[in-house]
Design a protein. Structure first.
Lengths: 113, 110
């Protein structure tokens, strides 16, 4: 059974803190994605990676960075959390080369106070 | 800016009726079209995809694609309360990235 896991379901942080969100998939997928989902805005792509140590900016990369040191793990980093980064963060993975069927993790609801 | 548009709803449909969900997209070079279902508090899951003009049926679900008019729709026959969810339309554009609609909330009333 395919599985994408995320390190936390709920997270509360303070403004200015450095935040790490981790995602692990066990499907040997090449592509991995980080999205944020806000009411009325749908899924917005933050970063994606198509291979180890490779990363590409999505639509809203400002304020975020990523790391992919191993194929199965893709981390999202908020260098200095701000209140406008309060959101649901979803990790997904898919086979290469095209990102057609994406498998999602359960999501991390991040609140920045 | 490439866009995918959906009516946010909620769309309320009686149990047993046909639910019709629509999606329009702006990128004429789009190649693949997807419907994901997202239950409240859960993450999206793929239920249908369609690549060619016309209809594609899978059980109670039918996806319809009209590339000339740039719309894709999802029909759910014999709607059940368990179909109540938000349905996300996603389109793979000419740059190979998925572009997501904001979703339509569907409510099936018993």
């Amino acid at each position: 059974d395919v599985k994408v896991t995320q390190s936390s379901r709920y997270l509360v942080k303070r403004t200015g803190e450095k935040v790490f969100l981790e995602c692990v998939q066990d499907m040997d997928h090449e592509n991995m994605f980080w999205y944020r989902q806000d009411p009325g805005l749908g899924l917005r792509l933050i970063y994606f990676s198509y291979d180890v140590k490779m990363k590409e900016k999505g639509d809203i990369p400002e304020g975020y960075s990523v790391s992919r040191e191993k194929k199965e793990r893709f981390s999202l980093i908020l260098e200095s959390a701000s209140t406008n980064q309060t959101s649901m963060y979803l990790c997904a993975s898919s086979l290469w080369p095209v990102p057609d069927e994406q498998f999602f993790g359960p999501g991390t609801r991040l609140t920045v106070l | 800016q490439k866009e995918v548009e959906q009516n946010s709803g909620p769309l309320s449909v009686p149990e047993g009726a046909i639910a019709s969900l629509n999606c329009t997209y702006s990128d004429r070079g789009s190649q693949s079209f997807f419907w994901y279902r997202q239950y409240s508090g859960k993450s999206p899951e793929l239920i249908m995809f369609i690549y060619s003009n016309g209809d594609k049926e899978d059980g109670r679900f039918t996806a319809q694609l009209n590339k000339a008019s740039q719309y894709v729709s999802l029909l759910i026959r014999d709607s059940q309360p368990s179909d109540s969810a938000t349905y996300l339309c996603a389109v793979r554009g000419s740059n190979y990235q998925l572009i997501w609609g904001a979703g339509t909330k569907l409510i099936i009333k018993p």
